[in-house]
Design a protein around this ligand. Structure first.
Ligand SMILES: Nc1ncnc2c1ncn2[C@@H]1O[C@H](COP(=O)(O)OP(=O)(O)OP(=O)(O)O)[C@@H](O)[C@H]1O
Length: 281
């Protein structure tokens, strides 16, 4: 597998805070890499440096090919754009030199897959947070980048959009894209991530397969305890107001999601039973 980007001995300090002390990462093609860590641990900083938007104080970011295409979705995509999604994507596509026919076809496909086609001619500054986030994701993947860098891309997306996005990431990977992303809530990404790294105290450490989380918590609306209590895959059921929290092993979660949808239940969230550490002091 070819290497795309090498980040070597990266250091970054803001004021007196050593955010990244000595971080190295070799990014190869066709990978989905998760970068996790507590609030303020330096994930966004690392992603901005990897995307070439911010300079490290020391260390090197080496792209093997100068023409490498990088797609970047910031944690907060600008919400005051007066373009419509269609105008904005068209503009981004043109800047990136995508031929008109290909651009039109890709825009139509993305708008449809993200269920944004009905909003395509509304101004972005009038859209909801989740729909603005979708535009942010679409502008980054429109050009089928070699490296896609996503800072908490799921924030604000409803469950179907999250699922669609995970499928799109897997397709992009097949076509050669490497994705570097961060997320907090346990997520739909976990089944497709190839490598997970944690940032802690300014250092990066790879998670070993044996440390991986195995228990998922699915929050469901619209079904009763009696509907699910006989399902042998369910480890625990908790009623939270009108919703049920179902704990299942990760490997059974897709099966359970399918059963819930068959009962016309609505999946509010899927998360790990988790251990979030806070780094901000
Ligand atoms: N431009 C900046 N100027 C000053 N301090 C900054 C700047 N950017 C980040 N920081 C500080 O660096 C630290 C790391 O921030 P960063 O946003 O990279 O963390 P994060 O892991 O992405 O956090 P979160 O999960 O909350 O988004 C924080 O203490 C933050 O306040």
């Amino acid at each position: 597998m070819n290497q795309l980007v090498a980040l070597k001995d990266i250091k970054k300090t803001y004021g007196k805070k050593n955010v990244l002390r000595d971080v190295s990462l070799h990014v190869k093609e066709k990978q989905i890499i998760a970068l996790l860590g507590g609030n303020g641990s330096g994930k966004s900083t690392f992603l901005r440096i990897a995307a070439g938007i911010e300079r490290p104080d020391a260390g090197q970011v080496i792209y093997v090919d100068k023409n490498i295409r990088i797609g970047y979705v910031p944690e907060r995509f600008p919400k005051y754009l007066r373009f419509t999604p269609e105008e904005y994507l068209h503009y981004i596509g043109k800047i990136n030199g995508i031929p008109e026919a290909v651009l039109k076809q890709r825009m139509a496909s993305l708008l449809h897959r993200f269920q944004l086609h009905t909003w395509r001619d509304r101004r972005i500054n009038t859209l909801s947070k989740g729909n603005i986030q979708k535009v942010g994701i679409m502008q980054a993947i429109l050009q089928q980048p070699d490296v896609l860098i996503l800072d908490e891309p799921l924030s604000g997306l409803d469950f179907p959009a999250q699922q669609e996005f995970v499928s799109i990431l897997s397709e992009l990977k097949e076509q050669g894209t490497t994705t570097l992303l961060t997320y907090h809530e346990a997520s739909s990404f976990e089944n497709v991530v190839d490598h997970t790294y944690y940032i802690k105290d300014g250092h990066l450490q790879e998670e070993q397969a044996s440390e991986k989380e195995v228990i998922k918590q699915i929050e469901v609306k619209g079904i009763n305890v009696t509907d699910v209590q006989e399902w042998k895959e369910i480890l625990d059921i908790v009623q939270r107001e009108d919703n049920l929290l179902l704990s299942v092993r990760s490997e059974n979660s897709n099966q359970i999601l399918t059963k819930i949808l068959a009962l016309q239940g609505s999946v509010e969230s899927v998360g790990n039973i988790d251990l979030k550490r806070d780094e901000e002091q």
